[in-house]
Design a protein around this ligand. Sequence first.
Ligand code: E4P
Length: 226
Amino acid sequence: MNKKIYLDSANLKEIEELGETGLIKGVTTNPSLIAKEPKNDFQELIKKIAIYCNDKNLSLSVEVFTNEPSEIITQASELWEDLTKVIEEKNLAIKVPVSFENLKVIKFLVESGISINTTCCFSTNQMFLASILGSKYASLFYCRLRDNDENPNLVLSETQQLYSMNKVNTEIIAGSIRTSDDVLQAFSNGANIVTTSFNTIINMTKHPKTDESIEGFLKDFKNWMN
Ligand code: E4P
């Protein structure tokens, strides 16, 4: 599977700006990213994002905003029903945090035909269990795990090995990515997808020697022309 970059944002302007570049193949949101946006109608905001993602053939992950299993089923089903009216099913996933109680919910939702992004994963065990239940994605919180003095690269490589041994279709998403170096580390250690902020993606395009080289070329050419 090709390595892909997703934009971790609920800001429509950021999504549109990067969507036009072809650099991103998807968008991931979560309740905290939504809460960064001006106070608005959640359904309206997420529907606008879904319509744009559908137009650009971008994957979209939308997270439930409860951790109560029966409520998760209700919210996931309603989100799926509402959003698949404006975005193709192949491009939509509902994010459900991993836990023993939620794994039973994830199994039910997957069997109901809803694509699940099992999120808030911090261990190989959680990533592996997510794949057993048929999650479309399993999302590892890379930097938050490193903040906890653990090794996200090891979790990614162990997960990749287990997924390949089990021949599962679950894609490994590395979220909680803060720098362009984290992006490369996550890809090198097994992530299929890295989801990160607008600024981190912009920073991936930058290097001081690039600016210096461009400036030098243009200066030399200008001098030659005069
Ligand atoms: C994945 O989509 C996660 O929700 C997200 O990347 C978490 O990132 P954070 O640790 O910066 O909140």
